[in-house]
Design a protein around this ligand. Structure first.
Ligand SMILES: [Cu+2]
Length: 165
């Protein structure tokens, strides 16, 4: 009597455990499905599909200029052609109002989460700032890169350009 009662309880316990397990598995499955949908079909995808449409800087041939409130931000990268996996010199020239601290550059790719890649810049006087950095080769094969120039207390300017692999 007693043992069969205990068995029943164990059996019932097992059943509900199995059901909970199945439910958990289902939730995980749909959770992952949802995540992969977000990862592949989110609003960022537009930029990832055709990043060349976002290019706003012909860095392979010239420097690039953007307006930032009271100043102009000029970016140049040398040597040219600008290649991935080589030491590059980044030069930011600010005309007009000067910031409280030196600007710096965050390198990344449009619509993609790349690892952090910051280029600190040193002032050379007259609004000129320079630093060295490396643009890596993206495993996706995409060659459109983005340099976000952060000018303390003034704002940011985004330069999007093609890099040679
Ligand atoms: Cu990438």
């Amino acid at each position: 009597m007693l043992t069969s009662g205990v068995k029943k309880v164990i059996h019932r316990g097992r059943m509900s455990f199995l059901q909970t397990g199945e439910r958990l598995f289902g939730m995980l499955f749909f959770g992952m499905l949802f995540l992969s949908m977000v990862a592949h079909g989110g609003p960022v995808q537009g930029a990832e599909k055709d990043p060349s449409a976002l290019v706003n800087c012909n860095i392979q041939h010239t420097s690039c200029t953007q307006k930032l409130s009271d100043t102009q931000v000029v970016l140049d990268i040398t040597p040219k052609p600008v290649k991935a996996m080589t030491d590059l010199t980044f030069r930011i020239t600010l005309t007009g109002k000067h910031p409280e601290a030196a600007p710096y550059i965050d390198l990344g790719m449009p619509g993609m989460k790349m690892g952090p890649n910051r280029v600190p810049l040193k002032s050379l006087g007259n609004g000129v700032h320079e630093g060295t950095g490396i643009i890596v080769r993206c495993p996706s094969g995409k060659k459109v890169w983005k340099a976000t120039v952060i000018v303390p207390n003034m704002g940011t300017a985004e330069f999007i350009f093609d890099v040679i692999y």
